[in-house]
Design a protein around this ligand. Sequence first.
Ligand code: SF4
Length: 118
Amino acid sequence: MDLIEGLMEANRRAVTQLPASRHADYPSHVHMETYAYCNAACGFCPPSTLDRKGTRMPDAPINKIIDELSEIPPFLQFRLAPYKFNEPFLDKRLPDIWRRSTNACPTPRSACSPTAPR
Ligand code: SF4
């Protein structure tokens, strides 16, 4: 068996075992881009070209996401990040969103990474 066939066989075995994984029914990583804006302009990042630039996510889907976070079992490894292509601290709602999110899925499973020095 050559290297490619070996890798493909390993991938087939991994996919076959997925339904047995405790992670199959829940995400391991959730991003929430609640305000699609950044006041930096890093050359490798596309915020200035995004069609959604300046768009705020309405409260209803944010609340729905937070409600659904509470369904993730506490024994699963999980990471919550309140950003994607944006600076999360420009959204004044962030402290409240973060407080409610970490209440729904406790702090050891959560992460917040500010994206740029100001
Ligand atoms: S700070 Fe982050 S989100 Fe903003 S432009 Fe740079 S890489 Fe993109």
